[in-house]
Design a binder for this molecule. Sequence first.
Ligand code: NAD
Ligand code: IPM
Ligand code: MN
Length: 372
Amino acid sequence: MKHLAVIPGDGIGKEVIDAGMEVLDAISEISSFNYDGEFLDIGSERYLKTGELLTDEDISSIRRKDAVYFGAIGDPRVKPGVLEQGILLRMRAVFDQYINLRPVTSWFPLVPLKREVPFDIRFLRENTEDFYMGAGGVFGGSKKDAHVSVRRELYDLEIELGTNSSDGDDFAFEIGLLSKKGTTRFADYAFNYAGMRGEKRLTLVDKANVCTHIYGMQRTIFEEKAEEYGMGLDFMFVDAMAMAMIVRPETFGTVAVPNLFGDILTDLGAQLQGGLGMGGSGNINPNGVSMFEPIHGSAPDIAGQKKANPIAAILAAQMLLENQGYHKEGSILKKSVRHCLDNRFTTPDLGGKMTTEEVGKAVCEYILNQKK
Ligand code: NAD
Ligand code: IPM
Ligand code: MN
């Protein structure tokens, strides 16, 4: 029996998780996969009522679980960053989910590329460092000295820059920080992952020609690890990578990418799969509680209209199953998505006429038909 925390969150998060839960139910009917789900009321509604983002109680109930199934957060009534940092990024940090696995797979023939080539890129996005640490501030006035403080259990260290005497807001800054420890475990994970997939090389994306300090260090660590693992390593600057994903997506396998660039490239990747409604992801802590979610947000523009594509959330459920060791079940789920796409059982974003719920039901029907 697997114990899941289920966090639908905001907007279409709720709609796609409803569909995803039905799919997990269908899987549990035809296989040995069994689960119980505890729904956690985390998101904008609770925040607007109580001011709570991620409470100690939330954290301790998640700690007792095998995995988290997450929808999306974000609400136009709340200032940008409050929910994102206070809930999603906090969760990734507290549970040290340092790998964000985001597959970008061709779901032929729904690919918006001129050449219809199959591809299967595995983005491994570093998920706890870089420009995502909240290390920044504003400063100015008469004393132009900045103050930033970074605290992470991973380093057992508090970094202090400047003094705390800023008295103005003429400047704002955000620090991108990589640690040797964080980068080393990222590289280990990436080379192991590529090796497990039978690949001989991996691609590291960066902007080492501009952010020379952080990405220079990252290159050095990856080069050392490439040697240790006996694997090839290709460097790509992020701007060129964006272009290459359009013209030659089939040439990439495992791609390691720092946090911020990974966020951007995987939305591009989602579109290569048909749209944001097609991208599933796993926030992985190999030794802890991992969290599975679609890569899209709460989509306030379509929330409540029953037209959100649930496939991204369903593929997140598939990644959850695989992560928990249910490979056969994961592959049935993947086939069920294939079946829906082949038959054009899709929401309007993919040219179909179905509602979120109807697509979910079509997936379930296929799964239930696999019952032997
Ligand atoms: P978004 O991903 O919510 O939506 C971008 C566009 O894609 C919208 O036009 C939306 O309608 C469409 N779209 C997204 N998912 C879809 C789906 N499943 N089916 C059909 N169409 C879909 O990004 P945004 O509009 O930039 O952000 C909205 C809010 O979500 C913001 O508050 C943002 O911070 C938040 N956000 C949260 C997450 C998350 O929880 N993981 C991820 C991204 C954005
Ligand atoms: C994502 C989202 C988040 C990110 C935001 C909402 C903090 O865009 O999961 O891709 O930037 O990681
Ligand atoms: Mn994103």
